[in-house]
Design a protein around this ligand. Structure first.
Ligand code: ADP
Ligand code: MG
Length: 577
């Protein structure tokens, strides 16, 4: 609280200092600083989606240009007489138009990942540019004149406006970064599939980030149009601007709050002051700077100064509790999870070929079967990653096939992946916090839940470590802690002991048993028969997508079909992950 107040006060002081600049600086210096604000506003806005969620748009000029032309249209055809009002409404129209475009194209375009999204956004900006050029209404080919209609000197007016825009973008970025939305977006950047499994509503969050970013870029585009006084298509739909905003973020530090501003400052000073705006030399030097930075400081300027976080000390006074969701609303005798006639085909292959299976609440149930039998596919369907080709999935008495993954998680089902998928760039603590922030509904303090889950998995001393630095045994526990933090009633653990030694395997089993004692139901995929015999209440055996046996562990090992399909082979030829 005190730190926050201090930061807010410092920010106000900086703003006040910057507000005093116009009366002291030369026109040239003012121009340079204004350009920095312009770049900072755009890059910070871009970073809301690009930096946090890792969706790099190479088409920011779509929103910039649309904002500019929307402002021009509103000025000409809005029918507002008062000049100040007209100016304000036109600028706002720029933000609204860009935000609306983002809302319309967001849903389909954000389904694209990585380079496909980047290129698609480039396409959007090209299409819009062409439209503004050829549709008569926009007058993009001939050009439109814009006039703010105030008595203020333009360089002073636009100095303040761009300062305001940069501050607004940074303010929004700070608010988003430390909100649930921010953690959700970062989780998407780190691993979108895992984020969904931890209850992050990925589609909605990406859309919100995209629209916020577009509104800010649109506002900036509108003010930019007024600052130019006259715009044509080629002046506002500028692909070099789209490129620059990405470079600013890279240079300053991708995904950091202040990085885009720093990058904008460095590049603008280099361009305007050192090179005197000589375009040819400027582009070459820009290129060289980028190459040098990517090699020498891939985390940007901010990355050079960032110290390693100290591990947080999280001594707990009470014995660690296991975060478990509320008591399952399951009728006595009813299964917590049920597959009915489940089929999943991948083209010709029926990976799951008519499976009926019911999991008793409060049990530890193990699914065994050779490699490729379809065990992970079952989990993928239960958690909503894959839709069944045929059949039904019931969870706690409700049919859940077709439900989005994040909803299934919020209903109390968590999953530990076969291949550990930590958020590599986040600390152990933050990894678990994402689960706690989303996950099963209920009004529990996410930080407390995080600490409980870390203590339960004995990871508290490593809370401050970056996940990418952990050895595999710890990663497995981290996965488990993160799943626990979502407060599950049902835990699907897909080979949680893969890659672990005997001691670590025993620890993991003890944790699963402890989770069960505290009320969770566990479904486990495991190969080591000794472990399976010890831990399971019930065993299902699947081979080639079909259930071939079920029963108590002691019965299963004597079942002829199981011996033939699975146990009959020498142990070392049984599948290893
Ligand atoms: P298990 O976990 O039992 O080792 P899986 O469920 O991963 O087996 O796979 C079952 C079968 O389905 C395998 O033949 C695998 O190649 C196939 N399969 C799984 N996922 C996909 C997919 N996304 N696309 C195509 N085939 C898949
Ligand atoms: Mg598998």
């Amino acid at each position: 609280m005190i730190r926050r107040a201090g930061a807010a006060l410092a920010a106000l002081c900086v703003l006040a200092g910057l507000a005093a600049v116009p009366s002291h600086a030369s026109p040239f210096a003012l121009r340079v600083i204004l350009n920095i604000y312009f770049g900072a506003a755009l890059a910070t806005a871009w970073s809301l989606l690009g930096g946090l969620a890792g969706y790099w748009s190479f088409g920011s000029s779509a929103f910039l240009g649309l904002g500019a032309f929307a402002a021009a249209l509103m000025q000409e055809h809005g029918g507002i007489d008062d000049s100040l009002e007209r100016f304000v409404v036109s600028v706002v129209a720029g933000g609204v138009a860009s935000g609306a475009l983002a809302a319309v194209i967001g849903y389909p375009i954000l389904r694209l990942r990585g380079a496909y999204f980047s290129i698609a956004m480039l396409g959007v900006s090209l299409v819009l540019g062409e439209l503004s050029n050829s549709v008569d209404l926009f007058e993009g080919a001939l050009g439109v004149t814009l006039d703010p209609g105030t008595n203020l000197a333009p360089e002073v007016l636009f100095y303040y406006l761009f300062l305001g825009l940069a501050a607004l973008a940074l303010g929004v970025a700070v608010m988003v970064r430390y909100s649930r939305l921010g953690y959700g977006l970062i989780a998407i950047r780190e691993d979108e599939d895992t984020a969904r499994m931890l209850g992050v509503p990925t589609e909605r969050y990406k859309l919100i980030g995209f629209v916020l970013s577009a509104v800010l870029i649109g506002l900036t585009g509108a003010v930019y149009a007024y600052s130019l006084g006259y715009i044509t298509t080629s002046w506002v739909f500028r692909s070099d601007l789209s490129f620059n905003v990405v470079v600013y973020s890279l240079l300053g530090g991708m995904g950091t709050l202040i990085g885009p501003t720093l990058g904008a400052a460095v590049m603008t000073v280099l361009n305007d002051v050192v090179l005197g705006g000589l375009l040819q030399v400027h582009m070459m030097l820009t290129g060289l700077v980028i190459i040098a930075l990517v090699f020498l400081a891939p985390n940007g300027v901010v990355g050079l100064f960032r110290r390693r976080r100290k591990p947080l000390s999280l001594a707990l006074s009470e014995a660690p509790a296991m975060p478990v969701g509320q008591a399952p609303p399951v009728e006595p005798g009813e299964p917590i999870l049920k597959f009915v006639g489940l089929v999943r085909a991948f083209r010709g292959l029926r990976a799951i070929d008519g499976v009926d299976l019911a999991i008793a609440p409060g049990s530890i149930t193990t699914i065994i079967g050779p490699n490729g039998a379809g065990k992970s596919t079952l989990f993928n369907m239960a958690t909503g990653y894959l839709a069944p080709t045929e059949g039904e999935i019931w969870y706690e008495g409700r049919r859940i096939d077709g439900t989005p993954t994040y909803r299934i998680n919020r209903a109390g089902m968590a999953r530990v992946f076969q291949i550990a998928k930590p958020f590599h760039g986040l600390s152990v603590y933050e990894n678990v916090l994402v689960g706690a922030l989303f996950g099963c509904e209920g009004a529990r303090d996410p930080r407390k839940v995080t600490e409980e889950a870390l203590a339960f998995t004995q990871l508290s001393p490593l809370a401050g470590e970056v996940a990418s630095s952990l050895p595999v045994g710890h990663l497995r526990r981290l996965e488990f802690a993160r799943a626990l933090a979502t407060r599950p009633r049902l835990i699907l653990a897909d080979e949680p002991c893969a890659g672990l030694n005997r001691v670590e395997t025993a620890q993991m089993m003890a944790m699963l048993q402890a989770a069960r004692r505290r009320g969770a139901t566990v479904v486990l995929v495991e190969h080591d028969m000794e472990t399976v015999m010890k831990i399971s209440d019930k065993v299902f055996v699947i081979a080639a997508g079909r259930l071939i046996a079920e029963g108590a562990p002691a019965d299963i090992v004597h079942c002829p079909a199981v011996i033939e399909a699975y146990l009959g082979k020498p142990l070392e030829r049984l599948d290893t992950p």
